[in-house]
Structures are given as structure tokens and as C-alpha cells.
Design a protein around this ligand. Structure first.
Ligand code: MN
Length: 474
């Protein structure tokens, strides 16, 4: 059973271990808050009391390291992917409760522009954005819930425009729209670290990510029914926005700085109409600074887990995978294999392209290369890869619609817009950076100094040695 069932118990643990710092009061919600959180990202989580005088504090960056995420799961970092996959494959049904902390305070008369301390993050963002809201909806056909994090622009008193990429929430919204019905939703802000991580699982449709959260916790997650609709939300959450997405309603959304570290353009998007807001007595608002570690890792670790298990089904020699941070945790996949046949790396490359459409460049390396160390992967490309022999290229495949390089040479319609059917069309490259199985002498033997792994500095160093006696400086 996991120790951190609420956001605040995890934050308390970070504070006790000097990994949560607080700023002065009155930090500006416009840019200043995000700038400070970005500066501390990966070093410590940041708590902002009374930002812009708002009585609700904001927190950011509490999941900004792989080791912290493993710690929240209560496991070794090396087991991160296998343990996440195990949970995703063995969901635990949620437990419905009646009284929930997240419904202690209820607002029916509100203005979304002032009710919550919503920050404006990047320079050219259109305005305040909710970036850490778990959007929960029920499949209109099956009633099974889905959880995803979608960027949400606060537009007016009760309207919020939302980006819904063509995945599960999109399928629900389309199904409701075809019936000319609204899709009831909840936007949940401030959940425990494992529920936050589970929300990003690459699971099939009709796999409730809250049940994966339960599996990560080792016990059923407590959920409560929303007051104005049938959606079930984590009972221990900080803040819940209840609402619905009306059919055919669209409002302008964007521009917004996204995970590739570029801006998405302004377009007409679906709208969440807010019906009511509930929260704890003294709630904490969570914001994720776009394109920084918390954003990238929450996306990349569940993906790595899925890709590793997908590749292992066909290639038992696959040992580890990593979606590098330089590749924005999505586009660059490094695969470590124990090579048995010269042709296997190219099969692995082909498999990797089909593991997730966002994967754009794949590098396959041997077991003596650590895929979590980008400079080791670069070393393998520099010394084991020959383009003529080891490069695989596929043109015009499906890639990420948020990769700006995909937009350059695509056809446009009479309004200068890329038709949806071409969006994200992308070339893919695979690099076989493995060494040959058979070679002369030590041509491909990585150099090693006998004993280098065993050096114990506490034993070999003499910290009191009088260095000046050798330098003999006057
Ligand atoms: Mn889903």
C-alpha cells in the first residue's frame, strides 16, 4: 500500500526532505510564477503562497525527476517501467465513497477568471491556462471513464476552451456530438503523484486510468460522484471543476507554448462550460510549467513502459528503452538490445515506429550503452553507425501534429490551412548503432580501466594530506 494517497502527503514528504521551497507572497501569476518554477524545476518543487494576493496557493514541479517518481511509487528507479506496466495491466476498480474532501466547499455562483489562481505561463500564450487538470469523462456508449490531461484556456466567467487531440476523450466527445448531446466532464486539479502519473498511461480505450492509479497505489482509489453530473472523481483531490462540452460549440484557443517548446497556433476548439466548482477547505492549485521536466517526464515514463512491453513481445532481446528529454520525451527513442543476429536492430527500428506515432527517430544500441545517458548514445552513433549500411528511412508516415517541422512542406487548402488528413505527416529515421557481432581483436571493445568501478574514494583519498608540501609554493 502506497504512503502518498493525497497530493499534500507527498508535498509534506518533499518539504521534510528539503525538496519543497516556498516563495514570498504575491508572486505574479502572469509569467513570474512560471519563471520561478522553471528555474527550480528538477531541483525542488515550489509553493507559491497568495500569488497575486489570491488566497489559494499554487504548487509546481513535484514530479520533476525520475528518482522522485520512483520514490513516490516506493520502488527502485530501475524498476520504474516494469512496475508501471504491471499496474497498467492489472487495474484495480475504484471505490465509490459518499463524503469526499474534494467537495467540502461548493461554488455555484462563480467567475472562472478569479475563482482559481490560474497562471499565464509562456511569453506568447493567449492568457491563463490550466495545465495540470485531469479531464475525466464517461464513454457515452459504455459508461467507462477516461482520464487525460488537456490544456485548458480560461475564456470567460464559465467558458474554457480545451485542446482535445484525437484520442479517447475525442472519441467520447465525437460520439456525444453525433447524438447532439453534451459530454459531461470533470477537470480535477491537485491529485496524488501516482494518480497524476496514471492519467498519462497509454492504455486502450475503455481502460479507466483511475483504476491504473489504484493498481499503482496497491489498493482501490476512492472516488466520489460529481454533484452536477455522473462523472466519478478522486475523492482526495484538491479542486474539481464540473462541467460539460456542448455539441458543436467552438471558441478560439491558443496560441500556447507546448511540450516541444514551441507555440501551438490559435484555432477554434471545443469548450467546457463550467457548471460548478468544488474544492477542499484550503485547496492547493497545481500548475505544470509547459515543456519542463514535470511535463516531459509525466508524458515519457508511461510511454516508455508501453513501448518497452510492446517491443519485448516481438523482440525478447530488448533490455531497456528511453525517450530522451532532448527529444521532448516523445520523439527520440533509444533502445538497448542484446543483439543475437545482425538483422535484428532494423526489425526493432520498424517495431519502434509502430509502437507510438510520436516516435520519430530511433537509435538501437548494445547492452554496453546506457540509454538513459544521451552522451553514451551519441558515442554509439559516432563510432558504430554508418549511414549507408545502418540507416532506415520511412517517408510520409504519421508523426506528432505538434512537431513544427512536419508543417513545412505539407499541402494547404485555399485558406492556407493544412487539411486534418495531412497534419503531422512526418519522415522517420532509424539508426542501427550496434557493433558487429564478430570483429577482429579489440576494434569494438569499449575501453575499461581494471578496478574503475570498484574505486572507493573514502578509502583512497587522504583529505588531510598536506598538498602544499608537494607544491612548495611560497
Ligand atoms: Mn484512455
Amino acid at each position: 500500500m502506497n504512503k502518498y494517497k493525497q497530493l499534500r502527503s507527498w508535498l509534506a514528504h518533499l518539504a521534510e526532505t528539503n525538496r519543497l521551497v516556498a516563495t514570498h507572497e504575491n508572486v505574479s501569476l502572469r509569467h513570474q510564477l512560471a519563471a520561478i518554477a522553471k528555474k527550480l524545476d528538477g531541483k525542488s518543487a515550489t509553493l507559491f503562497p497568495n500569488p497575486d494576493g489570491h488566497h489559494i496557493p499554487v504548487v509546481s514541479g513535484f514530479m520533476s525527476s525520475r528518482s522522485w517518481i520512483a520514490e513516490a511509487m516506493g520502488i527502485d528507479e530501475a524498476k520504474l517501467l516494469d512496475e508501471f506496466r504491471k499496474a497498467a495491466d492489472n487495474p484495480i476498480a475504484c471505490k465509490l465513497v459518499e463524503n469526499a474532501p474534494c467537495q467540502e466547499v461548493r461554488h455555484q455562483d462563480f467567475d472562472m477568471r478569479t475563482l482559481l489562481p490560474v497562471p499565464t505561463h509562456s511569453e506568447h500564450d493567449s492568457g491563463p491556462y490550466i495545465t495540470a487538470g485531469l479531464v475525466i469523462a464517461r464513454n457515452p456508449k459504455t459508461g467507462i471513464q477516461n482520464v487525460s490531461i488537456n490544456r485548458i484556456q480560461v475564456n470567460s466567467k464559465d467558458h474554457m476552451a480545451v485542446l482535445i487531440l484525437p484520442r479517447h476523450l475525442h472519441a467520447f466527445q465525437q460520439a456525444a456530438e453525433e447524438l447532439n448531446q453534451p459530454l459531461p466532464v470533470a477537470v480535477v486539479i491537485g491529485v496524488d503523484p501516482l494518480t497524476l502519473l496514471a492519467s498519462q498511461a497509454i492504455a486502450p480505450i475503455d481502460f479507466d486510468e483511475l483504476e491504473i492509479a489504484g493498481a499503482l497505489h496497491g489498493e482501490a482509489l476512492n472516488v466520489v460522484r460529481c454533484i452536477s453530473n455522473e462523472v466519478r472523481v478522486p475523492a482526495d483531490a484538491e479542486i474539481v471543476i464540473e462541467g460539460h462540452i456542448p455539441p458543436k460549440l467552438r471558441e478560439l484557443e491558443g496560441p500556447f507554448g507546448e511540450y516541444p517548446k514551441y507555440y501551438s497556433s490559435q484555432e477554434k476548439r471545443q469548450v467546457i462550460v463550467v457548471d460548478m466548482v468544488t474544492h477542499r477547505k484550503s485547496p492547493i492549485f497545481h500548475t505544470i510549467v509547459p515543456a519542463e521536466l514535470e511535463h516531459l517526464l509525466l508524458g515519457s515514463i508511461p510511454r516508455e513502459a508501453t513501448i518497452l512491453s510492446y517491443l519485448r513481445r516481438s523482440f525478447p532481446g530488448v533490455l531497456d528503452v528511453h525517450l530522451s528529454l532532448g527529444g521532448v520525451g516523445r520523439y527520440h527513442l533509444y533502445v538497448q538490445i542484446k543483439k543475437t543476429h545482425e538483422g535484428i536492430p532494423k526489425n526493432v527500428i520498424a517495431g519502434a515506429f509502430s509502437s507510438h506515432y510520436d516516435v520519430k527517430h530511433v537509435v538501437v544500441v548494445d547492452e554496453d550503452v546506457d540509454v538513459h545517458d544521451p552522451s553514451q548514445v551519441e558515442w554509439a552513433i559516432a563510432t558504430r553507425f554508418q549511414a549507408k549500411r545502418d540507416l532506415v528511412m520511412i517517408e510520409d508516415a504519421q508523426g506528432s501534429v505538434l512537431d513544427p517541422s512536419t508543417t513545412v512542406s505539407l499541402p494547404v487548402d485555399q485558406n492556407g490551412v493544412i487539411p486534418a488528413r495531412y497534419q503531422g505527416m512526418s519522415s522517420k529515421l532509424g539508426f542501427d548503432a550496434t557493433k558487429p557481432l564478430v570483429y577482429e581483436g579489440h576494434v569494438f571493445t569499449k575501453i575499461k580501466i581494471p578496478g574503475e568501478d570498484e574505486v572507493d574514494l573514502d578509502v583512497v583519498l587522504d583529505r588531510q594530506f598536506p598538498i602544499s608540501s608537494i607544491l612548495k609554493l611560497n
